[in-house]
Design a protein around this ligand. Structure first.
Ligand code: NCD
Length: 307
């Protein structure tokens, strides 16, 4: 069990010790994520409730529980569930928490996972709540840095939609526990929300803001690119004004540090050109694989199982 944590809702609830425990466990579980037989959670059933589209988060949770010997249930598309008949999230959670041993929830409303945890008799894992948080993405992002770079005294740039991007909100809180140097790179309209920046400064982190990738490319160890979150804009015109703000091409990497790693939670739209994929810096596909051992570690922490 996580010390004092029954649900995984926000990175704000995590101490550095708790994160380090997950990352160490993920490393031990990596051979099993690659297919070594394992029955650690063979009696456990995981419910996957996705009210928003997903490829990696959903499939890697499904892979994670199955690689641990357990199984999963889901309601498929939201349209095929009783949600389309008007069932409330609270009622759905009450019911599903009687069927399964844990619930993975993705929902378009910020705060939905926290609310769901009030109605659930089993652990709830936030797999993204609107423009809020995405804590397990952060855990796999940290695991990627640990495996592919080093997780201390590094310089990191978060690039793109820092306003609506839930991955960067969660990530920034966790990074503040590792004393890293953070550059925030976004168009002025998509800056990191003020309350998050204030929290980071309060935690003793120096943040620098710019709107240009070129400004920071030669000064960083990790470049974390993100997609402009089209679905979160109130007006299409506001989206169009910032769409395509960033496009990283391999020709821009001449000034990069030799060991720079480029990450992206995916899906990418056009912010990383395919020419970057073949460079030694590209790390985003490895990063999506690391979602499996990391989510296995989260499930083992929440549901028990002897390692
Ligand atoms: C992210 C998300 O859903 O927030 N995707 C993911 O989980 N890997 C990023 C995004 O959709 O841009």
């Amino acid at each position: 069990m996580f010390q004092s944590l029954n649900h995984v809702i926000s990175m704000k609830d995590f101490t550095r010790e708790m994160i380090d425990e997950v990352l160490e466990l993920a490393e031990k579980l990596e051979p099993f994520a690659r297919g070594k037989p394992c029955r650690m959670l063979e009696d456990k059933l995981l419910a996957l409730l996705f009210y928003e589209p997903s490829t990696r988060t959903r499939l890697s949770f499904d892979a994670a529980i199955k690689r641990l010997g357990g199984s999963s249930i889901d309601f498929g598309m939201v349209e095929a569930s009783s949600v389309s008949k008007g069932e409330t999230l609270a009622d759905t959670i009450r019911v599903v928490s009687e069927y399964a041993d844990a619930i993975v929830l993705r929902h378009p409303k910020e705060g939905a996972a926290r609310m769901a945890s009030d109605y659930s008799s089993v652990p709830v894992i936030n797999a993204g709540d609107g423009g809020g948080h995405h804590p397990t993405q952060t855990l796999l992002d940290l695991y990627t840095i640990k495996r592919e770079s080093k997780l201390e005294e590094i310089d990191i740039a978060l690039v793109g939609d820092l306003r609506y991007g839930r991955t960067v909100h969660s990530f920034a809180y966790a990074l503040s526990l590792y004393g890293v140097n953070i550059y925030l790179v976004s168009p002025p309209q998509l800056q990191m929300p003020q309350h998050i920046k204030s929290d980071l400064v309060h935690r003793g982190i120096t943040i620098r803001e710019t709107n240009s990738i070129e400004d920071v490319l030669g000064k960083i160890d990790v470049l974390y690119m993100t997609r402009i979150q089209k679905e979160r804009f109130a007006e299409q015109s506001e989206y169009l004004a910032v769409a395509g703000s960033y496009r990283l091409g391999s020709e821009m990497l001449y000034s990069a540090r030799e060991n720079l790693i480029i990450m992206h939670p995916l899906p990418r739209v056009n912010e990383i050109d395919a020419s970057v994929d073949a460079t030694s810096h590209a790390c985003y596909f490895k990063q999506s694989f690391y979602g499996v051992p990391t989510r296995m570690a989260v499930l083992v922490k929440l549901l028990g199982g002897n390692v």
